[in-house]
Design a protein around this ligand. Sequence first.
Ligand code: ZN
Length: 308
Amino acid sequence: MRARGPAVILLITCVLGPHVTCQDHTEEEEHDKQPAGPGHHHWSYQDILEWDKDYPECGGKAQSPIDVDTQHTVFDAQLRPIQLSGYNLSTAETLELENNKHTVVLKLPGTMKIIGGLPEIYQAAQLHFHWGSKSNPGSEHMVNGRRFPGEIHVVHYNSEYTSVEKAANHSGGLAVLAAFIEKGPDYNEGYEPLLSHLEAVKDGGQITEIPGFDISRLLPQRLDRYFRYNGSLTTPPCLQTVNWTIFNQTIRLSETQLDLLEDTLHHDHDQLLQENFRDPQKLNGRNVLSSFKAPVLGRKAAGEGEVM
Ligand SMILES: [Zn+2]
């Protein structure tokens, strides 16, 4: 009789978390029970320092977010303006909006694409937000040590892969468009089709369907000025396969709108879902490119609604 060891089947399942959450389940014939603790596949912003126990890549050398030091960014004339396609969705289309207890996620159709400004074509998967609280700003990326009130991430995957889950495991598989959110004097009409539905998903785990709208209005108008670097998902499993674009122009929401983003959602136990951001990670020798020349220091301060 042929001796055989336990057959090990590695299954990778991914769900769309704040980014993409992929969990490895190693199933053995003995069906070893998974104890709580490491390997339990749950994570929170309260145990950030423990993430790499369950998800080793979170301790990697090319992690996100980062603090962009504009004195050390490298101008790259090859970086063309980001060009979007199919972002203006019909109201006849329905989109799923979910409070997944880490953030609010809007699922996006693959017909939305980035067709310029990246080496390949990327199609949209979802977008979500990071924010703070009344007393603490909550963007993930920072610029010259400055944190902004909030940040939007629009997650795309390389269209050579058949799914975001597959793409997430390959270098260059993902492209995230990021923009900072700050407080401005005016009501931002472009955000209303999203913010007006937050109340419907205020409890952790709630899902609702909302009509399509022009998603490009959630991003800044100027898509030609941005920072670019290679990094990771900012949540477990922290896969280091993300080509990041961080726009220089910020998004401005009225105080009421910003309050709504910060104070509406709850996770478990009736707790407000706030401060869902990870601190900046070490660059470890990575270059941060910019698509535009930095203003001469001292000659121009960052204008309103701009990072620099
Ligand atoms: Zn994110």
